[in-house]
Ligand binder design. Structure first.
Ligand code: GDP
Length: 304
């Protein structure tokens, strides 16, 4: 991901090397190139516009003295702005003072929520926590079974509405809000210190799904609501993210499928339009393909 954006930006900055001073025309030409590179990487148009305007303003106002030459100065500005968009500092999970910490996952169907539940569970377990996965996705046939399988592979306990294997073609019955609430009660009773609530998604945003997610949020009062988004989604990312921001007021973003050939724009767009930090990156189907997201490292990687 970001490879072509990275190449384009590097080439743009190369053109500035050796220049003692940047004219306004130099800055404008550079900003134009940055804008094109971001648009080609699928970053949303309003995000690109704001970003370009900030770079231009800062580049024109940059102090000429200092240890950096003009091209280094622009690289530094772009780096800082990219890092800012991606959430600034690395944002770690907020753990509740009184356990259990409740983490709710939200996002469209296929975004990678169920897989993430397993990854997050395994990762937390390795840090000495005792997580419980809660299967509150009762919409998709097989979702409960899938979470049970993921939990088993991760070595993490799963709370499901009713045990056993469902029919592959039939959605489990039950009330997802009650399941989520019961899951948290179960965690409290069995001394799990983190609860990860998997919720239902649809292929597109719809009112009923969003209401269900909002009801679950209200019922379990989560410490974190993680919005999981497929990095391949491209320009649709902004509308989807805004709908979830309004619907469930998420606290952090998880970018999934970063191992694919996504151009990376979704990542920048979602974080920028919602102002929520990217917290984790999912980089494959395996349970270990998962990492804490570091905005500074990602920004540096883009500009490498
Ligand atoms: P959910 O509907 O949001 O629960 O999504 P799932 O967790 O079921 O994931 C949908 C599909 O995407 C599954 O086939 C997963 O194996 C796959 N998947 C999830 N995360 C990743 C990832 O980071 N990279 C890749 N390549 N595939 C992923």
């Amino acid at each position: 991901m970001f490879n072509s954006l990275s190449d384009r930006l590097t080439a743009t900055f190369k053109n500035l090397r050796g220049k003692g001073r940047l004219s306004e025309a130099d800055v404008d030409a550079t900003v134009r190139e940055i804008r094109r590179a971001l648009l080609d990487a699928d970053v949303a148009v309003p995000v690109v516009r704001d970003f370009a305007a900030r770079i231009r303003e800062r580049a024109l106002g940059a102090e000429v003295s200092g240890a950096l030459n003009p091209s280094q100065q622009i690289v530094k500005i772009v780096n800082e702005e990219l890092q800012g968009i991606l959430g600034g500092e690395t944002r770690r999970l907020r753990l509740a003072k009184n356990p259990p910490t409740v983490i709710m996952l939200a996002g469209l169907q296929g975004a990678g929520k169920t897989t993430l539940a397993g990854k997050l569970g395994k990762w937390l377990k390795a840090q000495g926590h005792s997580p419980l996965l809660v299967a509150a996705d009762l919409q998709r046939p097989n979702a409960v079974t899938q979470l049970q399988v993921v939990g088993q592979r991760a070595g993490v306990a799963v709370f499901a509405p009713h045990p056993g294997i469902q029919s592959e073609f039939e959605a489990p019955t039950g009330n997802p809000v009650a399941v989520a609430r019961d899951g948290v009660a179960e965690a409290r009773a069995k001394l799990h210190d983190v609860v990860i609530v998997d919720t239902a998604g649809r292929l597109g945003v719809d009112a009923e799904m969003m209401q269900q997610a909002a009801d679950i949020r209200a019922a379990v009062n989560p410490d974190e609501v993680l919005f999981v988004i497929d990095a391949m989604i491209g320009q649709d990312a902004v509308n989807t993210a805004k709908a979830f921001e309004e619907g469930v007021d998420f606290t952090g973003v998880v970018l999934s499928k970063l191992d694919g050939d996504a151009r990376g724009g979704a990542a920048l767009s979602v974080a920028s339009v919602t102002g929520r930090p990217v917290m984790f990156a999912s980089t494959g189907e395996g349970l270990d393909d998962f990492e804490l997201f570091h905005p500074d490292r990602m920004a540096s990687r883009i500009l490498d």
